[in-house]
Design a protein around this ligand. Structure first.
Ligand SMILES: [Zn+2]
Length: 404
């Protein structure tokens, strides 16, 4: 089992009166941190143990602030860590002065805060306040992905007040226990990449020859646009509400579909022992793909995020590579010619005669691009291989059949 930790940053929606309460809480919390450090600085031999610092300061801080017990302990822990840091520097012969706490932030744990799917309840100097998370309108982003996923457990959070914009942010720590799917013994020399090509006719094609048609998505999008056109022509308030409802439902359908494809792509990577999944760069993908709509750019981005998230949970990295010439290069002999791309669907190498589905050829090139990029593999200086249907290809074009 391996443990994965992710920090999710969310903006909080707080009323003016709650914001004032949070500011007061931050002030008293920082005062408490500084009080503990001041107390420790009374001694030549600085105490660093939490229990010693607790005995010396807890009563005073409780008396002089309105902080709840858990926040007093949190302030003391933060002070203890800072004192330890200074002492460690001294022990290494380095200079360090008394820590000062000025950054407006508070560390909350699961006793001083309660984390919900869409809001948090925070302890303040005057009871608790509820603050909604400000999340992007659609689901599937990292915030909702980690916060609403049952596999990820919230461990705590740091509240920050950004003075520049007068806004509050919560840096929420999450963790998950995952089964490591990557063999980490005896196979350190091997690092395998799965290439993925995205498109309109074929939504996704892998270097191992798996195809997911874009037909379903394109059909749904056209249907939705037809209904939307009709309702817009009606133009009434109720037609507008119907339109919004259908739009939300449509988005959920599409997201659900993309979730299923992303799962299949990650399964494919696991099945081929891949430790990296390579996509083409998504920026400007609309300009590169004839006929791509805003919808496609959105769907590609969403699919990429889903894959990255699911792959992460399996210990697989997801990355984007420069897409230049991946559709014109022959994945067999390496020749790059504009004429190689015969049509939207067909690739035929003018040099070696290799004839293959154009998206499949591109998927292999995308994976190959990563091998060539010489990016450090997660396994150190390992040789990279590209996962193919029935074997792997190394960076020099050497093919090894699958040994199973
Ligand atoms: Zn060729």
């Amino acid at each position: 089992m391996a443990e994965i930790r992710r920090t999710v940053v969310v903006k909080l929606d707080v009323t003016d009166s709650d914001a004032a309460l949070l500011d007061e809480t931050i002030d008293e919390y920082l005062w408490a941190c500084n009080y503990v450090v001041d107390d420790a600085w009374q001694d030549d031999y600085k105490p660093t143990s939490k229990s010693k610092l607790h005995d010396r300061t807890y009563g005073d801080v409780r008396e002089q602030t309105r902080l709840q017990a858990n926040l007093v302990q949190s302030a003391r822990n933060r002070a203890a860590e800072a004192i330890k840091g200074v002492v460690a520097r001294w022990q290494n012969g380095k200079k360090a002065s008394q820590p000062q706490f000025t950054t407006p932030s508070i560390r909350y744990d699961k006793r001083s805060a309660t984390f919900h799917n869409d809001h948090v309840s925070l302890s303040t100097v005057d009871g608790r306040i509820d603050a909604e998370y400000v999340l992007p309108p659609e689901g599937g982003n990292p915030q909702t992905t980690y916060l609403r996923n049952g596999d990820y457990e919230v461990t705590g959070a740091t509240l920050q007040h950004r003075d520049s914009t007068d806004t509050f942010f919560l840096h929420i720590g999450t963790k998950a226990e995952v089964e490591s799917e990557i063999p980490d013994e005896g196979d350190t020399e091997h690092s395998t990449v799965l290439g993925v090509d995205l498109g309109i006719e074929q939504l996704a094609v892998t270097s191992t020859g798996m195809f997911w048609s874009g037909g379903y998505l394109n059909h749904r999008r056209r249907e939705y646009e037809r209904v939307r056109g009709d309702l817009q022509r009606v133009g009434t308030e109720s037609a507008h509400r119907t339109l919004e409802r259908i739009g939300d439902r449509e988005t959920r359908w599409v997201e659900d579909y993309l979730h299923r494809i992303s799962k299949a792509i990650v399964d494919e990577a696991v099945a081929h022992n891949c430790d990296t999944i390579a996509f083409e760069e998504l920026t400007d993908i609309r300009e590169r793909l004839p006929g791509a709509k805003k919808f496609h750019a959105w769907a590609f981005r969403r699919l990429y995020d889903y894959v990255a998230y699911k792959a992460d949970a399996k210990g697989i990295e997801t990355t984007q590579v420069d897409p230049a010439y991946t559709s014109q290069r022959c994945s067999k002999c390496g020749t790059t010619l504009e004429e190689n791309r015969q049509s939207q669907a067909r690739f035929c190498c003018q040099k070696c005669g290799y004839e293959v589905n154009a998206d499949y050829n591109a998927a292999k090139n995308i994976g190959f691009r990563l091998l060539r990029a010489g990016q450090k593999s997660p396994h150190g200086g390992a040789t990279r291989h590209l996962a193919l249907k029935s074997g792997t290809l190394n960076v020099n074009g050497g093919y090894s059949p699958a040994d199973q």
